[in-house]
Design a protein around this ligand. Structure first.
Ligand code: ADP
Ligand code: MG
Ligand code: ZN
Length: 476
């Protein structure tokens, strides 16, 4: 039987406010355990929460940037469950009146674009962290993260493959970074996704039963967990079995998923309005002010790169998927005025270097200014593109100004016709066979002669002049 994959994601993003959602404790990552805590975020009896206004502002920014409608009136609700990392025995979330709803984002996989619907975005508080203590065999709890503000972005079940799910999370990550509401560091858990997945026979309208794999914190883990779960459900369905609605955990080390508990329903949480917090009422003016303060978003930048600069759609998509890369592209282009060259360096060597080193783009050691210097050295004919690759690799290690690298290593291109002619004469004298081959119509011999001359000049010969001089000789 052929199945269609149906995926909906719940993405949690930690907001980069300075203080927690209901108290003045720091949200900074790390720190000694239980040092960013107070009676409010450790759930002491009688401690009262006060909503951090920045949280509302950031959530509204996220909602506007993902085409959501913003609720003029919403409220917060208690979601009751006991777990040792949740000291109050309830989470404060939003149940039936989320801040934002009915949005969408555009994703592109290969050459196809599609819209993924956003059901809702609500605010809630993060839980603490349980740490298994190998020494005593016990479990310790660190409440530094308890009360860090989160937005939960719930998608419609609109995705049909792992590629689409990854493209969607990449798109969200880009948007949240652009609007500055989350640092989206997946390895620190500030952006994580729960994957809801079901299969249905191709052609069927009715959704199958879904499972929810929780807390995936890398693109690779999202893709692998999805492939695993597709194969698992397919095997069950093919054998005539039943997929149970359950919560699952993904182990990235072993590459396997495990069922952790039966899925709870909303009524299990006994949601009720949080009595210690006021409803959230937003004025038109407040929402308009936030709208006016939004920066240009990736979609609009992408269209600008395609329509005004003429970049291929694919390249524009990749460059704008990261705010850092896109800012880098614009800064470098501003200086060297050669957008195509900047884009080529990004699409080839910059992406390659970041992959090889396993770093984020913002950890690259060189500036946009230095990349544009390199491009200008080529454009002015001071170095050849072959030499430029060497200079680039050097710059990617040290971050050094390419003009200095070129000077120090003596890499300046030789354009002096007299000097090049000497080399051409020497190589031609040494390779009579190649000259004869060329005259007999074997064009490949020309490439060989140019290559030999270049080698003799350690890559520094000006290729245009070199070609011209050799052809002059051969065609005489
Ligand atoms: P809960 O809060 O109980 O996890 P939600 O109604 O918030 O449930 O939905 C969670 C996610 O599951 C949403 O992203 C939704 O798109 C997705 N989803 C719902 N039904 C299915 C299904 N049959 N297959 C795949 N995803 C689904
Ligand atoms: Mg859920
Ligand atoms: Zn606190």
């Amino acid at each position: 039987m052929e199945y269609e994959v149906v995926i909906g994601l719940e993405v949690h993003a930690e907001l980069s406010t300075k203080t927690k959602i209901y108290c003045g404790c720091s949200t900074e990552f790390g720190g000694d355990p239980n040092t960013h805590c107070c009676p409010v975020c450790t759930g002491m009896p009688g401690a009262l929460p006060v909503l951090n206004e920045k949280v509302v502002e950031y959530a509204v920014r996220a909602g506007l940037a993902t085409n959501c409608e913003i609720a003029r009136e919403s409220k917060q609700d208690r979601k009751n469950y006991y777990y040792p990392d949740t000291p109050r025995a309830y989470q404060i979330s939003q149940y039936d009146l989320p801040l934002c709803a009915h949005g969408h984002v555009e994703i592109a996989v290969g050459n196809t674009e599609k819209e993924v619907g956003i059901t809702r975005i609500h605010i809630e508080d993060d839980a603490g962290k349980l740490v298994h203590d190998g020494y005593t065999g016990g479990t310790l709890v660190d409440f530094n993260r308890a009360g860090v503000p989160l937005i939960e972005i719930v998608s419609e079940p609109d995705m049909r493959s792992a590629e689409e799910a990854v493209a969607y999370v990449e798109k969200l990550k880009g948007i949240l970074e652009y609007i500055g509401v989350s640092d989206c560091k997946m390895q620190e858990g500030s952006l994580r996704a729960d994957v809801n997945l079901s299969l249905r026979p191709v052609g069927s309208e009715k959704f199958g039963t879904r499972t929810e794999t929780k807390n995936l914190n890398s693109f690779r883990a999202i893709a692998r967990a999805i492939e695993f779960e597709i194969a698992r459900q397919k095997e069950i369905l093919d054998a005539g079995g039943i997929v149970y609605q359950e919560t699952r955990r993904w182990d990235d080390e072993t590459g396997e998923g495990y069922a952790t508990r039966n899925k709870e329903e909303a009524h299990d949480y006994r949601y009720f309005p949080e009595p210690d917090l006021m409803p959230i009422r937003l004025s038109e003016e407040y929402i308009q002010d936030i709208k006016n303060s939004l920066p240009e978003l990736p979609e609009s930048r992408k269209n600008r790169y395609v329509n005004e600069i003429g970049l291929p759609e694919y390249d524009a998509d990749i460059i704008t998927s990261s705010k850092y890369l896109s800012d880098f592209f614009e800064a470098a282009t501003d200086i060297c005025k050669n957008a195509k060259a900047v884009s080529n360096w990004i699409m080839t060597d910059i992406i390659r270097i970041a992959k090889e080193k396993g770093i984020e783009y913002n950890e690259l050691p060189f500036s946009a200014e230095n990349l544009s210097r390199l491009i200008m050295l080529i454009d002015k004919g001071i170095i050849s593109s072959a030499i430029a690759k060497k200079v680039f690799n050097e710059m990617a290690e040290s971050g050094e100004n390419p003009e200095i690298i070129v000077k120090e290593k003596g890499l300046i291109q030789i354009s002096d016709e007299g000097a090049i002619k000497e080399v051409v004469d020497k190589i031609i004298a040494a390779n009579p066979q190649s000259v004869a081959d060329y005259k007999a119509g074997k064009d490949r011999a020309l490439g060989f002669l140019v290559g030999q001359c270049m080698k003799e000049m350690k890559g520094k010969g000006n290729p245009q002049i070199l070609n011209k001089l050799i052809l002059e000789y051969l065609n005489n």
